[in-house]
Structures are given as structure tokens and as C-alpha cells.
Design a protein around this ligand. Sequence first.
Ligand SMILES: Nc1ncnc2c1ncn2[C@@H]1O[C@H](COP(=O)(O)OP(=O)(O)OP(=O)(O)O)[C@@H](O)[C@H]1O
Ligand SMILES: [Mg+2]
Length: 260
Amino acid sequence: MLLEIEDLVRRFGGVRAVDDVHLAVPAGELRGLIGPNGAGKSTLFYLVSGHLAPDRGTIRFDGQPIEALPPAARARLGISLTFQTVHLFQGMTVLENVMVGAHSWTRHEFVEAALRLRRHRREEPLIKERALAAIERTGLAEWAGTPAEALPLGRQRALQIARALCSTPKLLLLDEPAAGLRGDERRQLTHLLAGLRSEGLTMLLVEHDIGFVSDVADIITVLDRGRVIAEGTPAQIRADEAVISAYLGSSMDGDALDVV
Ligand SMILES: Nc1ncnc2c1ncn2[C@@H]1O[C@H](COP(=O)(O)OP(=O)(O)OP(=O)(O)O)[C@@H](O)[C@H]1O
Ligand SMILES: [Mg+2]
């Protein structure tokens, strides 16, 4: 397993945002993660990326326990997260924003300040090349020189993915990358995810649109109030009574999930 989560718990006051979660994702899988608002999906991502610490439990990445490592160390191991809310560096171009994503693998740590300039000069062409490739892949080529904040929302989401790809991840955590995307942008994203999957990149995809997840995911895990309530193929999940009632509170048919 590339990612192995056991007994994971994270509370916020009285709320068990992540409540005894077990999750195992083999290398190369695209795992869908769905659940109603407040189910704990983003919290689970932050626990894996290191932006939040667990109250209990273990997280192993490539066999190594990582729950005590800070986010930068996890990024260097190959864990990359795209946030649910778009984070941009204002006043920087799309290319520069994507190049920032290379930070984790170029190891520009502040303790290396003395070496920084020399090293940076040597690495920059490589970073730029990698950033341009990521920009091309995510359909942003014509915007490379545009200020990032001038991009439409759908393109800003693509930028986040480009930035994550620039860090050459082994595990990509995508938190609602399709939110607010229109038809064409959505199809491009489906195509991109399918392409990354065929190259063997392991991904976890949080998304409310079960139709979108079903198109790209191998297996879907369903969270509700911090707990895993179902896991299976897209077809199994769409037919699962517990899933349907978690989303809709009644026994409607699976197709009704499309509107969630
Ligand atoms: N920083 C925080 N402080 C307090 N409570 C939090 C915090 N972050 C999350 N929570 C609570 O933890 C629970 C899980 O939240 P989380 O954001 O992980 O859900 P989610 O599944 O990502 O929801 P959404 O689909 O709305 O993005 C919710 O009850 C939320 O209010
Ligand atoms: Mg969330």
C-alpha cells in the first residue's frame, strides 16, 4: 500500500471530524472520497498532508510512519495537496505561481540561506521547464505570463493542480478540484486525471459530484460524520443504501445522487 491509515482520530472540541478512519490506497489507484458537508474529507486530507495533527492513529506512506512529520517533510516524500479554497500568490504570474510548487523538491530551506542564490540559479531553468510542462498539461499554456488573479476560477483550480504537479508528487490529494468548473473545463479535468492515472500517479479525489467521481475513480470511499460508511466500486456505491441516506436522508434511487 502506498498510503495506509489506521485508527485515525481528529477532534475539534466536541466534534469528531475524523473518527476512527481506516483507509488503504495501493500505488497507482485513483480513490474517490465523497460525503456530505462536514463529513471530514478536508480534515482527513490535512491529516495526511501534515497541516493538522491527529489525536490518535497512524499514517504510513510507502511503509514509513509520517504522522509526526511536518508538512514540508511530507511534501518532500511526494505528498502534494491542492486546497479546497484556491490559494494564489497575488501579483505573480501563472508561471511563477506554478514554479512555487517546486519548492519541496528543490529543498530551498531557510537554513541554507547562504547557498540559496547559487543553488537557485542552477535549479531555476529546471524548475521553469517542469513548471511549463505542468502548465501545458493543465491547459494553461496561453496564460503562463498572465497575473494569476486575473484567471477565471476554473483556470485558477487548474493552476493549483499544475503547482502540485510541479512538485513531482507520488500521491496527489485533490480537494474538490471540479467545484465551479463548467462543462468544457470539467471534461478537461476528467481527461487530465485519467492521463495522470494511466501514468501511475496515485490520487485521492474529494468531490461532491458523484457522476464526476464515478467517471474517474477506481474505488470510492464514503465518509459521514467522520466515519467510513461505505467503500466500493462506483456502481456499488451508487447502489448503497447507507450512502443514499447519508446524502439524502431517504431511500431514493442512486441516480438522485447526481444532483448532490
Ligand atoms: N479548524 C477547525 N476548527 C473547528 N472545527 C473544524 C475545523 N475544521 C473542520 N472543523 C469541523 O470538522 C468537521 C469536518 O469538517 P471538514 O471541513 O473536514 O468537512 P468536509 O467533509 O471537508 O466538508 P465540505 O464538503 O463542506 O468541504 C465539521 O464539523 C467542521 O465544522
Ligand atoms: Mg472540505
